[in-house]
Design a protein around this ligand. Structure first.
Ligand code: NCD
Length: 345
């Protein structure tokens, strides 16, 4: 579906709403508010604004980082989580819920288990709606923070985003973060995607064709080692077990990606990304913690960067620029005792 380019007063439903200049503008705004994410000042630019946060599916970092971003810009947040605690449990339609809650807030962040549901929500809302994940559909704010992070990681190595080779591993069928990432990357830069998915969890054919139509290379690999060989970065994802058809469990042995695979591929320096959560149960077929001391580990840079990106999303939706934000930044008397790594500083 075609949505208008992302800007003030707009819903954010899909990464297709970004062209290169819009993306650059959002990243510049994220850079401008980075000091707030680093607790180097406090800000009241969204004083009086209210965020309605509606998560009808489990979430930790997405919900908390959206809510923290709004609060750190000086706004207020109301929140509801799960169907049980909302009137949807009484059979209320998406449209009625959307119309009602949009009467109370200035912007809504919505996550829902059904693909397309957040767009339905937006259609009935009287304020902008941000898609925080619609089933196996899209997760645009995650892709934005992923590309922002990838750009920073590559810049630290003297590379740009152009002509990047990205290995993408895991559940490529139901993983919405992968769908948004490939769409956002694939439309803008000459990329090579080296894909590896367990049988049955391959990338949907329309996404493969879309990437190829945009002039990118898509290489389907038979193993993880093959896919990470020669890649600049790897993006690993959890098996979305909650979306598998009933009666199927998906792979449940060994690691998706571990240190020895990177050793075999002679690529221990690769940038390592994951949207998280990482399934840390033994044999869960996810990213092994034995890569955590490798120099390219960027998974917590992604989560930290999410705050600045989500601040930039709210400022854009509410029509506030970097200068207006800067004018409301104050020193804070309290001490933030943060132990940032080099990237965050
Ligand atoms: C992802 C999601 O919910 O799609 N998590 C997130 O938002 N960072 C990925 C996942 O659940 O595996």
């Amino acid at each position: 579906m075609d949505y208008p380019l992302f800007g003030p007063g707009r819903h954010l439903l899909s990464v297709s709403q970004f062209d290169k200049p819009r993306l650059r503008a959002l990243f510049d705004l994220a850079d401008a508010v980075r000091p707030l994410a680093l607790r180097q000042g406090v800000c009241t630019v969204l004083d009086g604004a209210m965020l309605g946060s509606l998560f009808f599916e489990p979430s930790t970092r997405t919900r908390l980082s959206f809510e923290s971003a709004f609060l750190r810009l000086g706004g207020e947040v109301t929140t509801t989580t799960g169907f049980t605690f909302s009137s949807m449990a009484k059979g209320e339609s998406i449209a009625d819920t959307a119309r009602v809650v949009s009467g109370y807030s200035d912007v809504l962040v919505v996550r829902h288990p059904d693909e397309g549901s957040v767009a339905q929500f937006a259609a009935a809302s009287i304020v902008p709606v941000i898609n925080a994940g619609d089933g196996a559909g899209e997760h645009p704010s995650q892709a934005l923070l992923d590309v922002y992070t990838l750009e920073r990681e590559l810049a630290a190595r003297g590379h740009g985003l152009d002509e990047v080779t990205l290995a993408i591993l895991g559940d490529l069928k139901y993983g919405r973060t992968v769908h948004s990432l490939i769409r956002l990357m694939g439309q803008r830069w000459g990329c090579t995607f080296r894909l590896f998915a367990p049988t049955g969890l391959e990338l949907p054919a329309e996404l493969v064709s879309e990437a190829i139509e945009h002039g990118h290379r898509v290489i389907v690999c038979d193993s993880v080692v093959e896919s990470v060989t020669g890649a600049d970065a790897v993006y690993a994802t959890r098996v979305q077990r909650e979306r598998l058809p009933e009666g199927t469990d998906g792979p449940a042995v060994g690691d998706l990606l571990n240190r020895s695979m990177l050793e075999k591929a002679h690529n221990l320096d690769i940038v390592i990304m994951h949207p998280l959560p990482r399934d840390s149960r033994p044999g869960a077929f996810d990213l092994s913690p034995d890569v955590d001391d490798l120099p390219g580990l960027a998974i917590f840079h992604q989560t930290d960067n999410g705050l600045a990106i989500r601040m930039a999303i709210f400022l854009t939706v509410l029509g506030v620029d970097a200068e207006q934000t800067r004018l409301t930044i104050k020193q804070r008397p309290w001490k933030a005792d943060l132990h940032w790594d080099e990237d965050a500083e």
